[in-house]
Write a new protein. Structure first.
Length: 305
């Protein structure tokens, strides 16, 4: 765990520790590593799978395997019995995050945000989530030091890929952040936790807010779903280029020359896209029939008919 910690995010390290503490150590923690065999590990995995946590079972197998491979390198064991258990638990079928991609329903969602009666930082996080469409963990850990409101930019390192990312801030996003700055600008995080313990708001804050507004985060909408919402509508309704959208999503998709994501690639198009997206969301919220007036790759304007 100590060797791996510098190369993973804080949440990944914490979740791994939690799985080991709750699902592995009670049964294997006091056993000599040289005596643990594949059937014994399989019992641990089946116990996890039988409670309906198949994804967790696969994660635990991989993490136990890391322990044994570390043991082999240190000379305290000869082999990795967890390696032999690949495929022993049925494949986990990944479900897409719930997302609203129908423009009319997006308008309803945005109007619902105005009725949220929780804390002001969470209310602002709700409003910024569709505007920025970053990963929920990136939004909740947003730091004031990374935000330049005068330039309309948010720069940070993406925890998942360890790559620098730039989010152009539309005028609407800047307005929300300037207002919130009066409340939380004196601290590290844009969205501090309620306990004032120097930590950001909880991972569940946005999803809890959505549920309070009546949205089922399993079937209707989740905090991660704003990414799918933007990706779908930007391409299908606004005609934005897929490669521009992918770069704004900070996906590490190589270009034709094999180069991976570059923070400033397509930056002019992305700046225009983010403002056009914010204007489009405003029109949807107003309840009109939003009609794209033109579809050039760099800029669009909209009207509520």
């Amino acid at each position: 765990m100590a060797v791996r910690q510098p190369s993973v995010s804080v949440s990944t390290h914490s979740h791994t520790r939690g799985r080991m503490k709750n699902d592995v150590f009670p049964w294997l923690g006091k056993r000599p590593i040289t005596e643990i065999d594949a059937p014994e590990i399989l019992d641990v995995l089946k116990r996890i799978d039988n409670r309906g946590a198949r994804y967790c079972a696969h994660k635990v197998r991989a993490e136990i395997s890391m322990v044994f491979r570390y043991g082999v390198r240190q000379g305290v064991c000869k082999l990795d019995p967890a390696q032999a258990l690949i495929g022993a638990i049925p494949r986990h079928v990944t479900k897409n995050f719930a997302a609203i991609t129908d423009p009319a329903k997006v308008g309803e969602l945005l109007r619902a945000f105005d009725s949220f009666n929780g804390t002001y930082p969470v209310a602002c996080a709700l409003k910024l989530a569709p505007l920025l469409f970053v990963r929920p963990g990136e939004l909740r850990t947003m730091e004031w030091a990374d935000v330049d409101l005068d330039r309309g930019e948010w720069r940070y390192i993406v925890p998942k890929t360890k790559t620098p990312h730039l989010v152009p801030l539309a005028q609407q996003a800047v307005a929300i952040l300037r207002d919130l700055q009066a409340l939380t600008g004196g601290g590290q995080y844009v969205f501090p936790g309620r306990n004032k313990n120097g930590k950001p708001m909880s991972e569940a804050a946005v999803n809890v807010a959505l549920r309070r507004l009546g949205y089922d985060t399993q079937a209707d909408m989740t905090g991660h779903g704003f990414r799918a919402m933007a990706r779908t509508i930007l391409h299908e309704e606004l005609g934005q280029k897929p490669e521009v959208i992918e770069h704004q999503l900070a996906h590490t998709v190589p270009d034709t020359l094999g180069r991976a994501y570059n923070r400033t690639r397509f930056i002019k198009e992305r700046v225009a896209m983010m403002q056009a997206w914010a204007d489009y969301l405003d029109a949807l919220k107003a309840g009109g029939n939003v009609i794209p007036l033109s579809r050039p790759p760099s800029r669009m304007s909209f009207t509520a008919a």
